[in-house]
Each structure stands twice: as C-alpha cells, then as structure tokens.
Ligand binder design. Structure first.
Ligand SMILES: NC(=O)c1ccc[n+]([C@@H]2O[C@H](COP(=O)([O-])OP(=O)(O)OC[C@H]3O[C@@H](n4cnc5c(N)ncnc54)[C@H](O)[C@@H]3O)[C@@H](O)[C@H]2O)c1
Length: 327
C-alpha cells in the first residue's frame, strides 16, 4: 500500500488520531516525519521510528522547512475542540484555517504529490437529512466547524488552481485508546471514564433523541490510507461507521460490557447538540472501506484498556460562550 510514496509527513502525529496513523504507516515500512507543536499531543505518543519536528503550523517558514523532501502529507494537526474554539476563536482559526493554508503552501512549493486533509463532520452543522452524504449542505454552528470548513475550501482551491492533488476525509465521532482525557471530546471515552470511576455519566441533552455515528480510530486510519491511495483529487469522503446510536444505547452497551448499571445525569438545559448524526459511508465503501469492529467489541476493549479508575475527563463541552456544562 502507498508504494509510490517513500517519505510521509503527518502533522498532528503526536495526538490521538495522528499517532495511530503513524503507527500504521511505520508498520507498512514508511519513513515518517511528525510535525507537531505538542499543543495537546505529547512526544511520548509519537511512535518510535518516526522523527518529530516540533513545529507550529502557524509558522509558515518552519512548516516549509519541515515539508522539504516529503511526497505525501496527512494534515491532521488542529485544534480539535469545539469548546476551545468558542473560548478562543482566534487560536482555533489561526491553527485550523491559517495552519492548513501554511501546510498547503509548503506542500505546493515542496513538490508534494498527495495531500490528505483530515476535516470533520462538524462542517455539516445540524443535519437536515439522514444519513448524511457528502453533498449535504455545510452550515457549521461553532467556530471549530467554520475553521475546519475553511481548511477544506483552501484545499479544494489549491487543487483547482494549482493542481495540488488533495483529498479530504470527514471523520465522525472517533474513539479509541490514547485519547487525551483533558480533551476527551467524544462520548464513548468520556462516558466510560465517568462510569469506570463509579460516577454518573453526564449526558448533554436528551439521551434518546441525541444520536451519533461512533467510529473506532483504527477505522479512521483504514479510511485515510484508502483515500490517500485511491481517491480522485478534489474528492471528499465521510469517515464513519454508518451506524446511528443514541446516547441511551451507548450507555446500555457500557452497562452491559462492564457488568454494572450506569448512573446517568442528563443536562437537559443544553439543547444545542440534541440532534441525530449518522454518516452515509457508501462513497468511501466504494474504495474498499468496510467497518471491521462493532461498537460493543470496541467499547469492551477500551474499558479494559482504561482499567478501574482512569483519569476523569476534565474538559467541559459548551456551545455558547459562558454556558455551564458538565461539572
Ligand atoms: N477526535 C475526533 O472525534 C475527531 C472527529 C472529527 C475530526 N477530527 C479531526 O482529527 C484531527 C485530529 O484530532 P484528534 O482528536 O487526534 O486531536 P488531538 O488534539 O489529539 O490531536 C491534534 C494534534 O495537533 C497538534 N497541534 C495542535 N495545534 C497545533 C499547531 N498549532 N501546530 C502543530 N500541531 C498542532 C496537537 O499537539 C495534537 O498532537 C483534527 O484535525 C480534528 O479536527 C477529530
């Protein structure tokens, strides 16, 4: 796989998704450079065998240096938190929008032959139809979604105007080992961490009405490699499981795999993200993608990895400045 590429750059390779991607690339025998400022990632997470360039994507000059000699770029680095994007929209915009522009410009001048941008399902905003295909309107409602969408538009314009062969993946709700508990954005790890500490699971919104498409990080890696290898430039792909799961169903799975009933505290006053979210993944399936792990199996594995008293999630989830969320 990826035989035509010898030297690969993974921005954000010290973070959750990026470090799993780097692991797989190394196992394929690739030379990998990780570009990461360690803003939320850590040097220990960078798999041994990869070279770390501690560079901030906002620094165009340093990014250009790091991209020299690279033929394939996976641009994963970002502020990945909606809450951070509300509290500090400039940091979010500069990292996600300007940072993506800097990496694109460096890729163009460095002669990169493939550019994979890790976007986000947040670009869709509140879904208007189900399942969500790639043609669904994009109408983000937090600054994070807007900055990720800006990154996409920069990518597409570099393809149209400069022939830089970009492809875009839009991950849905990713979970798995190594997610930073201080961010722990997605409900699976968040809920498990409270539950394993025998604390009530805090659900923002209505646990029956709120649904998500949860996807293990291993599947995201599979999808990113496939689009890097096979997608036509300028194409966009949803990366999800294609399965819609309500918060209630997730909590039931957590109760059954751990063997004790979860206590639940619903925060009903926050309604912004009580909506359905499920991906149509037929486009990426046409490249050969298939979901390999069930939610039940993956939750069981993650619960075992986290152990008895994992660190509690410390970040809160808000959708408006000043909103009170989980305690
Ligand atoms: N986790 C999810 O569920 C999810 C869902 C959809 C999309 N995504 C996207 O996937 C990507 C990775 O997210 P993640 O969950 O692994 O988050 P993460 O925070 O674990 O990883 C992000 C990495 O980017 C690095 N980084 C941040 N700012 C930087 C900067 N200015 N310069 C260089 N490096 C910087 C961080 O240090 C970190 O290593 C992001 O682009 C995010 O938008 C994540």
């Amino acid at each position: 796989m990826l035989d035509q590429y010898s030297k690969i750059l993974v921005t954000g390779g010290a973070g959750f998704i990026g470090s799993h991607l780097v692991d797989t690339l190394l196992s394929l025998g690739k030379k990998v450079v990780v570009l990461d400022s360690l803003a939320t990632g850590s040097s220990e997470a960078v798999p041994s065998g990869a070279t770390l360039a501690q560079v901030d994507v906002r620094d165009a000059r340093q990014v250009t240096e790091a991209v020299k000699g690279i033929d394939l770029v996976f641009h994963v680095a970002a502020n990945a938190s909606g809450t951070v994007s509300i509290n500090n929209p400039r940091l979010d915009f500069e990292t996600n929008a300007l940072g993506t522009f800097n990496v694109l410009e460096a890729a163009l001048s460095g002669g990169v032959t493939r550019f994979v941008y890790v976007s986000s399902a947040s670009v869709y905003g509140r879904p208007q139809r189900f399942p969500i295909d790639e043609e669904h309107p994009t109408k983000p409602f937090v600054p994070y979604g807007a900055s990720k969408l800006t990154g996409e538009l920069c990518c597409l314009s570099f393809w149209e105007a400069h022939n830089l062969p970009v492809v875009i993946g839009r991950p849905f709700c990713v979970y798995g080992p190594r997610e930073n508990p201080q961010l722990a954005l997605v409900e699976v790890a968040r809920y498990l961490r409270w539950h394993l500490n025998r604390r009530p699971i805090q659900v923002i919104g209505d646990s029956d009405q709120k649904t998500r498409d949860f996807v293990p990080v291993s599947e995201i890696v599979q999808g990113l490699l496939l689009i890097a290898e096979k997608a036509e430039p300028g194409e966009i792909f949803n990366l999800g499981s294609g399965e819609e799961v309500s918060m209630r169903e997730l909590i039931d799975i957590i109760s059954s795999v751990t063997g004790w009933k979860a206590a639940v505290h619903e925060i009903r006053s926050i309604t912004e993200d009580t909506y359905r979210l499920v991906a149509d993944i037929s486009k990426v399936k046409s490249l050969g993608y298939f979901p390999r792990v069930s939610l039940v199996e993956a939750v069981k594995q993650l619960a075992e990895e986290l152990g008895k008293n994992p660190e509690l999630p410390s970040g809160t989830t808000i959708f408006k400045k000043g909103q009170e969320a989980e305690k």
